[in-house]
Design a protein around this ligand. Structure first.
Ligand code: SAM
Length: 329
């Protein structure tokens, strides 16, 4: 990396800040569809003419906004910023805006080793709307991965699936959509259960065989008295310290019968050695979750063996990895 690239990294925050400001000021919404002139955009958002002029011209230079005569609107690259769902980024702008403010205090987390956010179960109680928005943003990310994850999971023979720490339910919905006869149980922390139920209802889960129950991933049996043909543990382990993650692998394995399939989906340390985006994910976990981190595949393999599982198949899904492993028959 030369001086110029290094300086570009140092100033990289400006592009993200411009998008977040455009969202918060209402400019993204005003630029969607036919957009308008700078004067119209200022009138529609109530923002200053000077501010709109600077920000919109910056968004043009960034390739996000296009100008046609005196009118400005989101171009094809920028259109996802105004859209919701797996092809949209609007909920993800707001998710990242929360972290943007926290990363400005990253040195504090580095000094202490402590997360800068309260545990998610507490946030679900004290700020449920923000916690639900977070789960919906995760659903949008999951919606992009699910089309690759579901076929790699090969759950054809399974009649029941437990989605441990299922969050907003996007993976439960994807598996249910692929096999409407599959009984899917989402296990969530008690304070999160109502948020999961609302997210599922918003995603149109009525009529599916998906249910949500309170439990604890780190307990044997997950706190339930049931067995399942398959268990999914997606993006849960990175929220946990190694002991809790190990217990969660044991917990998920403990609800499987002989031949049951355990699916572990996450970001793992080995990938981060060469990919800065993945390596920075570990920093994100430092900021977000007390004890959270990217675990190593070697640790995970050890926890799987301890839990009585065999050798996993490893599927790279780009940013994330899916491990599929069967319980001894
Ligand atoms: C990062 S989210 C992942 C959501 C979803 N599985 C996905 O892949 O997008 C982690 C979820 O795990 C849940 N969780 C954390 N600790 C848990 C525990 N001990 N038992 C059950 N769920 C837990 C959280 O409430 C949260 O919804």
């Amino acid at each position: 990396m030369g001086w110029g690239e290094l300086y570009g990294t140092l100033t990289g925050y400006q592009g993200a800040a411009a998008i977040m400001a455009a969202d918060r000021s209402g400019l993204i919404a005003a630029l969607a569809g036919d957009g308008g002139s700078l004067d119209e955009l200022a009138a529609r958002t109530g923002a200053s003419a000077r501010g709109v002029d600077a920000l919109v011209r910056a968004l043009v230079a960034m390739g996000i906004v296009e100008s046609i005569g005196s009118a400005y609107r989101l171009g094809p690259t920028g259109a996802p910023l105004a859209a919701t769902g797996p092809d949209g980024l609007d909920r993800l702008i707001r998710k990242e805006a929360v972290f943007y403010a926290l990363w400005a205090r990253l040195d504090g987390a580095v000094r202490t080793g402590d997360a800068l956010l309260a545990p998610f179960a507490e946030r679900a109680r004290t700020e449920p709307a923000a916690a639900e928005a977070f789960l919906l943003a995760l659903n949008d990310l999951a919606g992009r991965v699910a089309p690759d994850l579901v076929p790699a999971a090969r759950l054809e023979g399974a009649r029941s699936l437990v989605d441990v720490g299922g969050g907003g339910g996007a993976y439960a919905l994807a598996f249910s959509g692929a096999d409407p006869g599959l009984d899917v149980t989402i296990v969530e922390q008690p304070s999160v259960v109502p948020l999961t139920e609302r997210a599922l209802a918003a995603a149109g889960a009525a009529g599916t065989r998906i249910r949500v129950v309170a439990g604890d991933a780190t307990r044997r049996g997950l706190g339930l008295d049931e067995r399942f043909d398959a268990a999914l543990v997606s993006h849960l382990l990175h929220d946990m310290d190694p002991e809790a993650a190990r217990a969660a692998v044991r917990g998920a394995a403990s609800v499987l019968g002989p031949g049951g399939v355990l699916l572990v989906h996450d970001v793992f340390r080995e990938q981060g050695d060469t990919d800065p985006v993945v390596a920075l994910f570990d920093v994100m976990m430092l900021v977000e979750n007390q004890g959270g981190r990217t675990h190593s595949l070697a640790d995970l393999r050890g926890w799987l063996v301890e839990a009585g599982m065999g050798e996993p198949e490893v599927h790279s899904l780009g940013f994330t990895t899916l491990l599929r492993v069967e319980a001894a028959g």
